[in-house]
Ligand binder design. Sequence first.
Ligand code: ADP
Ligand code: ZN
Length: 211
Amino acid sequence: MKLILLGAPGAGKGTQAEIISETYKIPTISTGNIIRAALKEGTEMGLKAKAYTEKGELVPDEIVIGIIKERLSEPDCNGGFILDGFPRTIPQAEALDNMGIAVDAALSIEVEDSEIVKRMSGRRVCEKCGASYHTEYKKPQKDGICNACGGNLVIRKDDEPETVLNRLSVYHEQTEPLKDYYNKQNKLLIVEGQDDVKDTTALVLKAISEI
Ligand code: ADP
Ligand code: ZN
């Protein structure tokens, strides 16, 4: 299965991607995670991306397209994959088509802006492995500590309130048109994000099982 996850920042794409990955035994490719890893390592790509991500703006298409091309050519992607956070613009979607990669579906997780803002303010990520948590909705077993690796949980710089509003408007302007793009290809699936992660997961798995 080749699946794209669409949705506003904070709609829960990453969380659902993890579950789909485990269920279908296919890797999740998150451009956000790849970029953050590059930032942390201080690679050339990381340095180029830094200013954009910190302001909540999109990293230029050619950079993320390069990241995806490289990643999708790795052998673990042969049996399918989930794209979390790519494509985010029409040119990125066109690049994927031009690579000859036909996805089975683009699943959009829909959540109101007001709810997104509420969720993002409680979001915490592990500074070591990138796993994500929430102060209300997805608490770690131990306060401030990652269940998976024991790392410290921190607030992502781009989760600051002002940056969140900027990311939302970028989403509406540049990413939301992708729903139309995939709808025209008859590949769009819509799931309403629920308050409880498990309820969203049930809807997501049902939608995917019907592909
Ligand atoms: P979100 O929580 O918004 O889904 P991500 O972790 O997917 O965030 O991405 C974090 C940041 O990385 C984005 O705000 C953007 O700056 C950059 N980024 C990630 N994926 C892309 C992409 N496909 N195109 C451009 N920029 C991207
Ligand atoms: Zn961790």
